[in-house]
Design a protein around this ligand. Structure first.
Ligand code: SF4
Ligand code: SF4
Ligand code: SF4
Length: 315
């Protein structure tokens, strides 16, 4: 039995190493594409740096002993999150918040936000689901240091609608400024710094406050952040999703209890499905905690329309 388990772990590590290498190549190729398209040498550094950071985290997760594996993802979060927020944001004055995406989309222009949103939040989730939220978000990079990593209760069923309201209000604000005042805060200007600062002060303070109130590090992601509204459109078709091998699973429930997004993993596995939920952030926590190595990332194609979420029970 022990050898069987070790063999499974070895296979899982080998898959992770192949995934890391594939991601690295994809980001290198994207860097080359944008360089040839725009002629900007910046892209020779930017996308390869992000790809290398992700590949490094996955590699660390594969080779580190079990109790240290989670540091792989944390390393990636910090490398990518600090780079995006501090270097791209505050030093180069490129705003990648959703309002900037709306401004550039309405103007029909290609800017940092468009180049970021296409792979990370619009098209990319069709391949790697909401992996951005698990591995690269600069807000979650801080949230994941807070002490409420495992939500004690289920989710509040209807609070998630606030994410959609937030999304619509942000769009209305940008459309109003753009169409009625012809306002457009271009990257590299002091105005962008103001948007960036105001946006991040709001996001960080709201995110930490919600985490404290709900005793849940990811409460902001579940109830207030507007980004999943976009990601969830394509994430349901994601090629990479979590899968449980029922022949190894002993139904201990640990993966479900540790899932930071309250996903009912076993309901999917008992129905013979991969984890179809668009709430999955591919954080790998379920993979790392499973005592039987029954959970892994798998590739495939399915229509992920079922959302099995553990909601808070009425008192
Ligand atoms: S839901 Fe929003 S705050 Fe949470 S990880 Fe995703 S982008 Fe970041
Ligand atoms: S942690 Fe592993 S063994 Fe336990 S229920 Fe989840 S998949 Fe099954
Ligand atoms: S299902 Fe697994 S990978 Fe997805 S959010 Fe939950 S713990 Fe993370």
């Amino acid at each position: 039995m022990k050898n069987y388990s070790n063999e499974t772990a070895r296979n899982s590590n080998r898959n992770s190493i192949i995934t890391a290498f594939t991601i690295w190549i994809i980001f290198l190729s994207m860097g080359a594409f944008w360089y040839f398209k725009t002629g900007r040498r910046f892209f020779i550094f930017d996308l390869p740096y992000i790809g290398s950071s992700i590949a490094l985290g996955i590699l660390l997760g594969a080779v580190l002993p079990k109790r240290f594996k989670h540091y792989g993802r944390r390393v990636t979060q910090l490398l990518v999150g600090i780079y995006m927020l501090c270097i791209l944001g505050f030093v180069m004055k490129v705003n990648m918040q959703i309002e900037s995406f709306f401004f550039y989309a309405l103007a029909g222009a290609i800017g940092g936000a468009i180049i970021h949103y296409l792979p990370a939040k619009l098209l990319g989730p069709a391949v790697f689901s909401r992996g951005f939220c698990g591995w690269a978000c600069w807000t979650a990079m801080v949230l994941d240091f807070l002490p409420w990593k495992t939500p004690r209760n289920g989710r509040y069923k209807y609070l998630g609608i606030i994410r959609y309201i937030h999304f619509i209000l942000s769009f209305i604000l940008v459309a109003f400024l753009f169409f009625t005042l012809s306002y457009f805060p271009d990257n590299g200007t002091i105005e962008v710094l103001a948007w960036l600062s105001a946006g991040n002060v709001f996001y960080y303070s709201a995110a930490v406050l919600l985490a404290y109130l709900f005793r849940d590090n990811r409460a902001f992601c579940k109830y207030l952040c507007p980004i999943p509204v976009l990601q969830k459109i394509t994430a349901r078709f994601s090629v990479f999703k979590i899968k449980i091998d029922l022949s190894k699973c002993i139904d201990c429930g640990l993966c479900e209890r540790k899932c930071p997004m309250n996903i009912r993993l076993l309901e999917y596995s008992h129905a013979g499905k991969r984890i179809l939920s668009t709430e999955c952030i591919l954080c790998n926590i379920c993979v790392e905690v499973c005592p039987k190595h029954a959970v892994d990332i798998s590739s495939g194609f399915d229509f992920g329309f079922q959302e099995y979420i553990n909601f808070k029970k009425r008192q």
